[in-house]
Design a protein around this ligand. Structure first.
Ligand code: HEM
Ligand SMILES: Cc1cc2nc3c(=O)[nH]c(=O)nc-3n(C[C@H](O)[C@H](O)[C@H](O)COP(=O)(O)O)c2cc1C
Length: 484
């Protein structure tokens, strides 16, 4: 049994004990490697971090992750003092009121889900979900680009029945939409990824689960035992961990493809997230040491908190292949050159993605990249599966992506926010997309999505064409050497 007096002795960034769900842990060595950044761990040094921990993580994570020597014993509740109770009081005063949450039936488009969560979800969770890099240029460009791609509708084509079915990596889906991998969905609702899995299954689509999911793989797969899933991989600096994961996946028959995320070699600067963190970094026992904690937290979280291997290179596709037979999909392709490279390296698919504007700010809108691929390397659409995500908020955006040649489209934040309404919310979000997609098809004169795939005759791309990178010979730089 560990007493309050003992725990509060370990309340500096170099010596951190914390109570989580009635047990005491030494997190000193773990803190700098915490994927959510070390500041959260510093904040609860010498305190009870259960509430925050449970808001973000599944109960058994900490027991699985830490070694026995870091487990200090049971928390001795008989030693609790008034000072300890006061120290646990959270900064709840400025939290939005969960009762402000609008009823699910009032949400009629995908933006509504994000707005509802911004209004009624916890501030920290909302900052995590909605934030993007630096000035949010890529975040906003992703969305606005879809709005600048116009249709060329055809009429009188008997659109009484329309077919939205497609196959993606061997999976038959009701519509070509998958739920993007997003970390720690439990921040939004208690069911987290289990709601995403079950909601996807009920809607006939696929959820791609994240390496940094709040629940373990088995729990997420069990949420939809007869549905396929995709699995997103961040290659860990400790490669043996990724190898073990790939081996484990070999026995999980529900997992049909590996999405290797390559666009986040370092965690980017997300200021909304960071502002909340820096306000909240200080441990109550640390008034004299505040600066020390601030210096260790804040910006440094980006590098010290990241377990993602920044040495990853194209040669590693062969390494992944050695450990897995699943289709390899590179998530984060942002140029025709890299799409061609993925094909050359034997990948089965790519996702044109910039991490929803959460990686490099000023990276191009994903729709522009998709157009660049169609112009500069049309062969990739025939030889592997091309998918796209980023800013897709309407069923009509899905139709546009398919007409450009994509086989599937990922949707991120709206689904994450729908988890606030559990499985029902996820189903409702998917149903809105399905309905909008069918309506757009009928009004555009498209009856079969598979047949319309790659058919540019339904699109007017002229408003966007001048944003595409020009071939060197035609650009302002023509005649100049590419390198000094
Ligand atoms: C010991 C095992 C733990 C593991 C393996 C772990 C893992 C993770 C992972 C993978 C993320 C997601 C990072 C991302 O997607 O950006 C995360 C975020 C987070 N974790 Fe943990 N964590 C652990 C312990 C804790 C504890 C003890 C606390 C609380 C006191 C905590 C609080 C948080 C918070 C608040 C976030 C969200 C940070 C943000 O705003 O971006 N975690 N953690
Ligand atoms: C809260 C959040 C967490 C994310 N976590 C991951 C992740 O763990 N792995 C990953 O490959 N992409 C992650 N992404 C990026 C998404 O998979 C996807 O590329 C992006 O959200 C698509 O843009 P959209 O949100 O505009 O639809 C995350 C995005 C958000 C919003």
């Amino acid at each position: 049994m560990v007493s309050v007096a003992e725990i509060t002795k370990h309340a500096t960034p170099d010596d951190i004990w914390m109570v989580v769900n009635g047990k005491v842990y030494d997190l000193t060595n773990f803190a700098p490697n915490h994927p959510g950044g070390p500041d959260m761990i510093y904040k609860y040094a010498g305190r009870d971090g259960s509430k925050t921990y449970n808001d973000f993580h599944a109960a058994d994570l900490i027991e699985k992750e830490l070694s026995d020597s870091d487990k200090k014993g049971e928390f001795d509740e008989t030693t609790i003092t008034q000072t300890w109770i006061d120290a646990q009081k959270e900064e709840l005063a400025s939290e939005p009121d969960p009762n402000e949450r609008p009823p699910l039936s009032s949400l009629i488009n995908l933006d509504d889900f994000e707005i509802a969560f911004a209004k009624s979800g916890p501030r920290k969770a909302n900052a995590y979900v909605s934030s993007a890099s630096n000035d949010l240029l890529t975040l906003n460009a992703n969305k606005s680009a879809w709005q600048k791609l116009w249709f060329r509708p055809r009429i009188m084509r008997n659109v009484a029945s329309v077919n939205t079915k497609m196959t993606m990596f061997g999976c038959n889906v009701a519509m070509p939409v998958w739920i993007c991998p997003m970390g720690i969905a439990k921040t939004v609702g208690p069911e987290g990824e289990k709601a995403l899995g079950a909601g996807a299954a009920a809607s006939g689509i696929v959820h791609c689960m994240s390496t940094t999911a709040s629940y373990g793989i088995e729990d997420i797969l069990a949420s939809a035992p007869s549905n396929p899933f995709f699995y997103q991989v961040y290659v860990d600096k400790q490669r043996h961990k990724t190898e073990a994961m790939l081996q484990k996946l070999a026995n999980e028959k529900q997992v049909k493809a590996l999405f290797i995320t390559v666009d986040l070699a370092v965690v980017s600067k997300r200021e909304a997230d960071e502002r909340i963190r820096t306000q909240e970094t200080t441990s109550v026992y640390q008034s004299g040491e505040k600066n020390k904690i601030d210096k260790k937290g804040g910006g440094l979280a980006r590098t010290t908190g990241s377990f993602i291997d920044w040495t990853l290179s194209w040669e590693d596709v062969a390494w992944v292949r050695k450990h897995s037979r699943l289709p390899i999909v590179i998530k984060g392709v942002q140029s025709a050159a890299d799409a061609k490279m993925a094909l050359k390296m034997g990948c089965q698919g790519i996702v044109v993605s910039n991490h929803g504007g959460r990686a490099l700010d000023n990276a191009p809108a994903t729709l522009l990249i998709l157009m660049e691929l169609r112009r500069d390397c049309p062969e990739v659409f025939e030889k592997m599966e091309v998918h796209v995500d980023g800013g897709v908020r309407r069923g009509s955006d899905v139709l546009k992506a398919i007409c450009l040649g994509a086989r599937g489209v990922g949707v991120g934040r709206p689904f994450q926010c729908s988890v606030a309404y559990d499985t029902e919310g996820v189903e409702s979000c998917a149903a809105i997309l399905q309905d909008e997609l069918e309506t757009a098809m009928r009004l555009c004169g498209v009856t079969d999505l598979e047949k319309a795939r790659g058919d540019l005759s339904y699109l007017n791309t002229s408003e966007l064409e001048h944003y595409l990178p020009k071939p060197l010979a035609r650009s302002w730089f023509a005649g100049l050497r590419a390198r000094l």
